[in-house]
Design a protein. Structure first.
Ligand code: URA
Length: 209
């Protein structure tokens, strides 16, 4: 799948295994998610364009490279997406943030919106939607629908775990949106949970059930 990048860096895979382990504490899970999000952010921004600028070092003038092009917006899907946000902001502190409140109806698995707040003029920005779990893909599709309605026209998606079902759903609705994930798991259970997965990402992040 040419629009999906599986980030197979050893540090990412090691941390993901710790996160999958049910004995990992809430504190450990939160810390690991933050660390992985920084590594995923490094990969999703790998091809950002650079400009040459004139600066002076303490010794002499030089032309050096700086980020050019569209400013970044990170768009965490509440609530588990918040677990990826801080680590990404550590790498790109000037990024703006769009919060998207969606929950999955437990029976229909359809995404229901309860909050949306985004920076203005999304059209001039690269928007990176983030959610740890791309399970059925319904939530990701709904989030990207909303971001597009607000003008976003260049979008990427970052998650920790994806499924072929979720990726196919996202590709069907938004074929131009590239995805970065740490792994693609085998299947979904009847409740829309990823197997083998890591459980409910929001519950594990915040210690709820
Ligand atoms: N959301 C989760 O938190 N976990 C899953 O396995 C699927 C969706």
């Amino acid at each position: 799948m040419n629009n999906v990048t599986v980030v197979d860096h050893p540090l990412v895979q090691h941390k993901l295994t710790l996160m999958r382990d049910k004995t990992t504490s809430t504190k450990g899970f939160r810390q690991l998610l933050r660390e992985i999000s920084t590594l995923l952010c490094y990969e999703v921004t790998r091809d950002l364009p650079l400009d040459l600028v004139d600066i002076e070092t303490p010794l002499m003038p030089m032309r050096s490279r700086m980020l050019a092009g569209k400013k970044l917006v990170f768009a965490p899907i509440l609530r588990a997406g918040m677990g990826l946000l801080e680590g990404m902001l550590d790498l790109v502190p000037s990024a703006r943030v769009a919060h998207i409140g969606l929950y999955r109806d437990p029976d229909s698995l359809v995404a229901v919106e309860y909050y949306f707040k985004a920076p203005t003029i999304l059209a001039e920005r690269l928007v990176i939607a983030v959610d740890p779990m791309l399970a059925t893909g319904n939530t990701a599709v709904a989030a990207i629908d909303r971001l597009k309605e607000h003008g976003a026209n260049e979008l990427r998606f970052v998650c920790l775990l994806a499924t072929e079902t979720g990726l196919a759903n996202l590709r069907r609705h938004h074929p131009e949106v590239r995805v970065w994930t740490a792994a693609i798991d085998e299947q979904l259970n009847d409740h829309g949970y990823i197997l083998p997965g890591l459980g409910d990402a929001g519950d594990r992040l915040y210690g709820t059930r």
